[in-house]
Design a protein around this ligand. Structure first.
Ligand SMILES: [Zn+2]
Length: 137
């Protein structure tokens, strides 16, 4: 399980590095403010997957592309996020990342990573996740 300790770093690793959940993604998950950049939004969505906050995933997903229901896979434990690159302009941003996971226990334990280039667009002043494609880097 991802610890929800107030003193440990945010599940996304912290921005700046090592920042606790309460000073990083926590306020966005709580609906106190909106992530100001595509990277901040991407980090908050990773953290939402890590803690199972599907409401945050839903509301940060562009209405044109979001599924009718958003589910976090309970068999995966998210163990870390690497932001590989960030690009874009004021209206559209692309964040390439690797999200690491483990699954199972003991000898059946597996680990892997989701690598994706996610595209974010700004709508009514708020960044939203639009879609993503697998990335090989
Ligand atoms: Zn965070």
């Amino acid at each position: 399980m991802i610890p929800r300790s107030a003193t440990g770093p945010c599940p996304c690793g912290g921005q700046p590095f090592g920042a606790p959940l309460s000073a990083c993604c926590g306020p966005y998950l709580a609906g106190e403010g909106w992530p100001p950049t595509p990277e901040a939004l991407m980090r908050s969505r990773y953290t939402a997957y890590a803690v199972g906050d599907t409401d945050h995933l839903f509301r940060t997903w562009h209405p044109a592309t979001r599924p009718s229901g958003v589910e976090a896979d309970p068999s995966l434990t998210w163990t870390g996020l690497e932001v590989v690159s960030v690009s874009g302009d004021d209206d559209e941003g692309v964040v390439e990342f690797a999200a690491h996971w483990t699954s199972g226990q003991g000898s059946s334990r597996q680990r892997g990573a989701v690598r994706e280039r996610s595209t974010f667009t700004r709508r009514a002043g708020r960044w939203l996740y639009r879609d993503g494609v697998p990335s090989q880097s």
